[in-house]
Structures are given as C-alpha cells and as structure tokens.
Design a protein around this ligand. Structure first.
Ligand SMILES: [Zn+2]
Length: 475
C-alpha cells in the first residue's frame, strides 16, 4: 500500500502534477538515510563496539541542527556504554513524553553473513546491516524527526525527550535502567514510546496488522540440580542423578500452566479473530467468553504464539550431567527458561516447578541475568498490562487509517522482553509502537543478513512525524 502511494506521488511529480507532493520531502528522507547509514557503520556490539561513539555522533547532529548542548547530552556509567538524552522543548502545557531506542546491536560475524554487517548497503529495495531491523532504523527515524521538527520551528505542547541507550540486548550497563536510577529527572515522562516492538506486519509486503505491545512477559531462568554419591557404573542403583533429573524434566514437559487472559491478550484475540478465518477465528472468539471453551483453548495451544499468549511457559534449554562414561553420575544440571504472564512472580513459578516435579532430590534455584544462582527468586510481580490510553490509541488509529487503510491496530503482549520492563516498573506506561513494516516471515533481528525494506524505512519516518505531532498538539 505504501509503495503504491509512493509510485503515484512519483508519477505526479514527474508528469506535472506538481501540486501534490510526497508526505516526506526528499531532504528529510536523505537526512534520515544518512543517519541510518552512520549508525549502522558505528559498531555498537557489547564485545568491541561503543554506544558512546553512536550517542556522540547523534548528539553532534542534534547540536548542528540547533539543539543547545544541554539538550543533547551523552552520559553513562563508563566510556564505552554512553547514552544520548535529547530534549525538544515544548510549551509545557502537558507533561513530557519519552522516546526510547537502544543503540547496541547483537554480535554479527562477517563470515556468517553474505554482506558486511557493519557496512550500510542498499540493494534490491532493502537496506542491509546489523541493526537494520533491531533497531537502528527506528533510532535514525527518531533523530531525523527531532531535527525536522526543530527546523520547522514546530512547538509541541509538551517536551519530547529522546533516550538512545546501551545494553538492551546484553551487557551489564543497561542504559534505561542506569538513567532511571541516576538521572530520572532527565527522562521523567507521562508515558513512553518504544519502537523495539510492535509494528506493521505484512505478508508479501501487504499489511495485515499493526501491533502495539502494551504488555510483556517476565523472563526467568532456573537451574535444576541433582546431587548423588555416584559409584561404579557396573553396579547401577535406582537412585541415579540423571534419572531423577530426566523424570523431573519430563514432568515439566507435560505440565500446562494455567490458561489466563488479561485486558491486552483478550483484546488481542478479539481483534485477531477478525483477520483470521475458519476454525481459528471461531476458537479465538470462544476463548474470550466468560466461560472459555476448553476444546478451543486446546486447539489454539497447538500454535506456539497463541500458546505463549495464553499461558506462562517453561522449557528446558540446557542439560549437563555426569563426569565419566563408566561412572554413576554425581551431578546433573538443567536450565529451565520461563516466560511468565503479567501479575505473577518468578518465585511463584519456582514453587510451581518444585510442585510439578514432585521430587525433593531436585533442587530448583533461580539464575539471574548475570548468571548468579540464588535459593529463591525475586518476588516482585511483572508489571500489569498497560492501560490503552485514548490519548495514544486514538491518534495511532487515525494515522494507521491514513497510512494503511483497512488494517487493524491490535494490542499485543510481547512474549519476549524489552527495555519497557524498566520504564513500566518505574511507573511510566510504555507502548511498543513502530511504524516500520516487516514481513511475518522476514524477521531477521539478531539473525544473518538483517535487512529492512527501503519503503518500510521511509514509511516509518512518515509515521513518526505524523504520530509525534498528533501526540504533542491539542486535538
Ligand atoms: Zn531490540
């Protein structure tokens, strides 16, 4: 749809329809593309990269465009993990909004890619490079949009704050967490937009749905451990560390966590039922009733995304046991990775696992992101789903209708996790909204030959210009 609009506009420009011009002018597009290229080519991996270099480059661009140095600063806990915080000042009629984007990218090896991950490349209608999807495209759109608003002398009715940060993917210096802890004053806002999720999902380039993540699951790892005196393998006994562990894991495999919907997932299934068809649509309608239909739930459980949307999930991801081919095992370890529904705690799930395995020989301990093992897990529930505020949803729906007519806006719960976990916990409701379109089967974030369609990038640029103006002017 976006492509068709662009072609029409190009046709009119070429053949005399000069009065009609493309939504985003060529200079703004060129600037956004230049910023995108610059970001891709600054290595921001945890191993050898620097988010400071990327943050400084963006700060410089903002200052060159007239932002005072105090409104475009780089700060952070150490020289390699800098964060940019910028502010476009408004009239102050309403509290600020905060835009967040991470500057760091997942490692990428040249030999595993068909192109150089750190050289920006445009080919066959795509931009290639590490971060093309996740998420230097959105970072570039934010910087380009702030510069554009400033050049237009646009005066929002509230400050627009931009934080481009370190260590979302991995690493010990998460920028959002650091800013909240050390400089909350700089980023305090009424609500937060985070284009690290959500977006326009397309099938073969044709938009099918626009998702808004308004909730996310809680991530937790558990270590299972069985200890045993061991012995000679020629004299086996029933009490065997590997058998205890294997039986316990098999019980986890068969265990189904409770079916549970919240405000967001209920709305998700209601909307998805309108774009699905046949049995799937009927099942989605049947599970959001007051008395949900068990057979419908069971059929939807066969689909991994529906399953993960309806339940907490736990799965064995690592296994390690024994010390010799000819000895009875003295230790057996496994890692169970869980994704917990909002409102539940990691400790609650730890106790669930103990109950499900029903074997006192299996110790169940919590493993933190830093790899530290603890006897108990944190007892803080993951954030409740964020309320779908009309002041965010109404403009979103209006602009979606203009840009992608007939495509539904669907609230979603991310089954993964993002920096929204920190801003939500800090009391700043966070919406993952991106104007970028990606095919359902072309999600290459964290993968090889990461790419984004050229028209998707410029569509996202157009989207955020319209969306930010709508959010910062009285409607
Ligand atoms: Zn990301």
């Amino acid at each position: 749809m976006k492509l068709a609009i662009s072609l029409t506009a190009a046709f009119l420009l070429c053949f005399g329809g000069g009065a009609l011009r493309a939504q985003t002018d060529d200079a703004s597009k060129q600037l956004a593309r230049d910023i995108f290229k610059q970001l891709i080519e600054i290595n921001t991996t945890d191993s050898i990269g620097s988010t400071t270099a990327a943050a400084e480059a963006m700060a410089q661009r903002l200052r060159d465009a007239g932002f005072p140095a105090s409104d475009a600063e780089v700060l952070g806990p150490n020289p390699r993990k800098g964060n940019l915080v910028a502010r476009l000042r408004g009239s102050g009629a309403r509290r600020p909004i905060l835009l967040i984007g991470h500057l760091d990218v997942v490692e990428a090896r040249r030999e595993e890619w068909s192109v150089d991950p750190f050289t920006f490349l445009e080919r066959d209608g795509y931009f290639y490079g590490r971060g093309a999807q996740d998420m230097k495209s959105a970072d570039a759109i934010f910087v380009a949009t702030l510069i554009r608003l400033r050049k237009e002398n646009y005066r929002p009715d509230r400050d627009i704050i931009l934080a481009l940060t370190a260590d979302e993917e991995t690493g010990a210096s998460n920028g959002v967490e650091w800013l909240l802890r050390n400089r909350r004053d700089l980023i305090d806002a009424e609500f937060v937009l985070n284009p690290d999720g959500g977006g326009v999902y397309t099938r073969n380039g044709k938009p099918a749905m626009i998702s808004v993540d308004a909730s996310e699951k809680l991530y937790a790892d558990y270590q299972l451990e069985v200890k045993n005196p061991g012995g000679h393998s020629s004299l086996p006994v029933p009490d065997n560390a590997i058998y205890h562990l294997a039986d316990g894991i098999a019980r986890i495999e068969r265990h189904q966590f409770l079916f549970e919907l919240n405000e967001i997932t209920r709305a998700y299934f209601r909307q998805m039922a309108t774009i699905e068809s046949g049995q799937v649509a009927a099942d989605m309608k049947a599970i959001i009733k007051d008395r949900p239909d068990a057979a419908a739930i069971a059929r939807l459980d066969a689909d991994p995304l529906s399953h993960a949307t309806m339940r907490t999930t736990c799965v064995a991801t690592r296994l390690d046991a024994g010390h010799a081919n000819n000895a009875l095992p003295q230790t057996a370890h496994a890692i169970i990775n869980c994704r917990i529904l909002p409102g539940h705690t990691a400790e609650e799930v730890r106790l669930n696992l103990i109950q499900v395995m029903a074997d006192p020989k299996i110790a169940v301990r919590y493993m933190s992101d830093a790899g530290e093992i603890a006897e108990a897990a944190p007892n803080q529930p993951s954030g409740a789903p964020v309320a779908l505020r009309p002041e965010v949803m109404k403009p979103l729906e209006r602009i979606a209708k203009e840009m992608w007519p007939g495509v539904p806006v669907i609230p979603t719960m991310a089954t993964g996790a993002s920096d929204g976990v920190f801003t939500n916990a800090a009391g700043m409701p966070t919406y993952a909204i991106s104007g970028l379109a990606v095919d359902f089967d072309d999600v290459r974030a964290h993968g090889r030959d990461e790419r984004l369609r050229v028209d998707s990038f410029f569509g996202g640029l157009d989207f955020y210009d319209r969306f930010l103006k709508a959010l910062t002017s009285q409607q």
